[in-house]
Ligand binder design. Structure first.
Ligand code: ATP
Ligand code: MG
Length: 510
């Protein structure tokens, strides 16, 4: 068939976009209305009065086998993304003129990524290759790959981009920085009276700061490699990660480092250092990525935040020799489990137990979703360590830490009340993360999937006993519904990510 090869990316992009939107519909639209029915081998649902069906496996991860269909005039016919967008628009209250465009933009982006990957070489570094493996992105988001504006492909991790940062010189009297930023000074030379500030070239195009005087253009700097979050890059020569601001909406947020987040990262690094030491004494596989410093230019909030860069340690620096860090989200696509039960037991042990220890014993809320956790695999491919990252999403439980002395905005941004914190931990760890890994390990074997959850339950129950059966954990093990983040809902409402609600879903530990 002529044109088949050329159309392959758009066909795959349509399939993936439809699947992600349909998952959101099951979870957030039809599910809460009681309009989802298992009818093996199909799952049936009704959206805006129309009956839909798809073959699925993988439990709550909703992996689809074959094309989803809709009932029309008594016959099952293939469903398209555009049709499903129309049904969502008809079902949901209110009006959102952007929604269809965001879904379509995401589908176009996936097609462009697939086409670009066909001619690109993945990084030799296996960790970086895993960071760049997320072609389809978040599986429960209506527009996982939408990425505003033009020119994004040049900076896209999934297209195996790499590019030099732009070096700016910040005059010392307007330098804004805290903590250890020696890695930045090592990236280039600034004239006397100035300090080096690396900038993301895409962000410079968006911000267009006035150059000269307080802020100099020092030309291209070291080549960097974008990681899965797009805006955080790895600088191989300096062996550090740089988390930039990027004034682009990626999933639910415009990716700007707010001034209180710049300060919060350094503050949390100091506070978490002794905490993680204690956790690692109990759970020796635990690692994390400190964010020891940030730098920017004190030239008004727009530039202070827009040019603010956070220094983050490299995962290679924290893993033991012989252990290879791999992004959990990449393992959710392809888990190398020769002995699935042993592999999963090791996985849950290194990933889940320290998260619970941090919450219950230390009042620390991690955000351990698939993109914020790296799993260190040993030479046999078995999980040996877990590396937690992203201090923007890391919070301290209100009332359990003395935040006196901090700027009130900084303190507010790094605090979460216990209940919200627990919902976030359970969503990220169980719904976003372990559900996907389990589905991939089990494949189409539903019996194996049940066995995996029995193992997880035993491991969590043993830890619950060690922690004195804290109530939220007891409820979880007793089968309380899990909170699933409402990504479609927050996009439909055009609300801030922090306003996102949760919908209850069945608990596989029950
Ligand atoms: N399963 C997933 N859950 C959450 N985010 C995902 C998932 N898969 C892919 N992603 C992508 O990962 C990113 C997660 O955003 P998050 O706010 O954690 O990162 P960040 O703060 O921008 O950067 P970093 O993780 O480097 O600190 C988004 O770009 C999102 O689209
Ligand atoms: Mg992250």
């Amino acid at each position: 068939m002529p044109g088949l090869a050329i159309d392959a990316p758009s066909g795959l992009a349509e399939e993936a976009t439809l699947a992600a939107l349909l998952r959101c519909c099951v979870r957030e639209v039809a599910g809460p209305r009681g309009l989802v029915w298992p009818a093996p081998p199909y799952l049936l649902l009704r959206v805006a009065g129309v009956l839909l069906r798809a073959r699925t496996h993988g439990g709550a991860a909703l992996r689809f086998d074959g094309p989803p269909e809709r009932l029309r005039a008594g016959a099952w016919q293939p469903l398209s993304t555009d049709e499903l967008v129309g049904l969502v628009e008809a079902e949901l209250q209110g009006h959102n003129g952007e929604f269809a465009g965001q879904v379509a933009a995401s589908r176009d982006a996936v097609a462009a990524i697939l086409a670009a990957r066909a001619g690109a070489v993945p990084p030799a570094d296996p960790w970086l290759a895993s960071e760049q493996a997320l072609v389809y992105g978040h599986p429960f988001h209506p527009s996982p790959k939408a990425r505003g504006g033009d020119g994004w492909l040049r900076y896209a991790p999934e297209a195996h981009a790499e590019f030099p940062v732009r070096l700016l010189g910040v005059r010392e009297d307007v330098l804004a920085e805290e903590g250890d930023v020696a890695a930045l000074d090592a990236m280039g030379r600034a004239p006397a009276g100035y300090r080096v500030l690396p900038a993301h070239p895409w962000q410079l195009d968006l911000l267009r700061p006035v150059l000269g005087g307080e802020l100099l253009d020092l030309g291209p700097g070291p080549v960097v490699v974008p990681t899965s979050s797009v805006r955080t890059v790895y600088a191989p020569a300096a062996e550090v990660c740089l988390k930039f601001s990027l004034d682009v909406r990626i999933t639910n947020c415009v990716r700007k480092n707010a001034w209180y987040e710049l300060a919060g990262a350094v503050e949390l690094t100091g506070r978490l250092t002794p905490v993680f030491e204690k956790v690692a004494a109990e759970h020796p596989a635990t690692r994390w990525l400190p964010e020891p410093g940030h730098r920017s230019a004190a030239l008004g909030t727009r530039l202070h935040e827009g040019l603010g860069v956070i220094v983050r340690q490299s995962p290679w620096a924290v893993c033991d020799p012989g252990v290879t860090p791999v992004l959990a989200a990449a393992l959710a696509l392809d888990a190398p489990a020769h002995d699935p039960l042993a592999w999963w037991r090791a996985y849950v042990t290194v990933v889940a137990l320290p998260v619970l220890e941090l919450y219950f014993t230390h009042g620390v809320v991690l955000e351990p979703h698939l993109q914020n956790v790296l799993v260190g695999l040993d030479a046999s491919g078995t999980p040996a360590q877990a590396v937690f990252r992203d201090l923007e999403g890391t919070k301290l439980v209100t009332g359990r830490h003395d935040l006196g002395g901090l700027h009130p905005e900084v303190a507010r941004a790094l605090s979460y009340d216990a209940e919200r914190g627990w919902a976030r931990v359970v969503y990220c760890l169980l719904v976003n993360h372990l559900t996907e890994i389990a589905a991939t390990v089990a494949g189409e074997d539903d019996g194996l999937l049940r066995e995996l959850w029995r193992i997880a339950r035993d491991l969590l129950a043993r830890q619950a006993a060690g922690l004195g059966w804290p109530l939220p954990l007891s409820d979880l093990l007793a089968g309380a519904p899990l909170p699933a983040k409402a990504n479609l809902g927050v996009r439909w409402a055009r609300a801030a990510d922090r306003a996102a609600g949760y919908v209850p879903i069945a608990n596989p530990l029950a």
